[in-house]
Ligand binder design. Structure first.
Ligand code: IMP
Ligand code: MG
Length: 181
């Protein structure tokens, strides 16, 4: 599988260093606060596991399974959420962990859903940020790396549900990849 993608877009060392910095910053910003870190599955699963191990606070973790889908005949992307949180977030601080914020539609929808539970605050931490692609206004407080173009896979990110297990981030050819035999 690795031969298909060539060199990593961002090396594992660079990634580790940047995620450590994010964890340090989050630990500082939420010092003394009651924090629930919510991972958005599936894409964020690898980043989430790395990030939380660099957060030096007694956090709780939780997950949502969500997916943005563009349905035929609908003008904009709609977001489907399969699960509910298991932890209570009312009056608590929530950090929503995403793999990538692209149009911003998924994150914005999830924030409006989570806001119904009246948390003390909600912030977004994403591994990758594509600010040039925004279709909606959304504030990203923590971003690992900004990317401008191209479709990225690996390290949790998929193409048609594949390549999430590639251990690094790689740019995918804009051409559809050939089916593996
Ligand atoms: P948004 O709603 O447009 O911000 O899209 C966010 C979701 O789309 C992410 O959580 C990913 O699942 C997916 N996505 C967007 N861009 C990419 C990419 O370059 N590679 C893999 N998934 C992507
Ligand atoms: Mg995806």
């Amino acid at each position: 599988m690795a031969e298909k993608f060539g060199k990593p877009l961002i090396t594992q060392d660079a990634m580790r260093g940047r995620i450590r910095e994010l964890g340090k910053q989050i630990s500082k910003d939420y010092q003394g606060k009651d924090l629930v870190v919510v991972g958005v599955l599936k894409g964020a699963y690898v980043f989430f596991a790395d990030l939380v191990r660099f957060i030096q606070l007694p956090i709780q973790i939780d997950f949502l399974i969500a997916k943005g889908t563009k349905e035929v005949g609908r003008p904009a992307k709609t977001v489907k959420v399969w699960t509910e949180l298991t932890e209570k977030i009312a009056k608590r601080h929530v950090l929503l962990v995403e793999d990538i914020v692209d149009s911003g539609i998924t994150a914005k929808f999830l924030i409006s859903e989570l806001n119904k539970h009246k948390p003390a605050s909600i912030a977004i931490c994403t591994l990758l940020n594509k600010p040039a692609h925004r279709q909606t206004e959304i504030k990203v407080r923590y971003a690992g790396f900004e990317v401008s173009q191209g479709y990225i896979v690996g390290y949790g990110l998929d193409f048609e549900q594949k390549y999430r297990n590639l251990p690094y981030l790689a740019k995918m050819d804009p051409e559809p990849v050939q089916k593996e035999l």
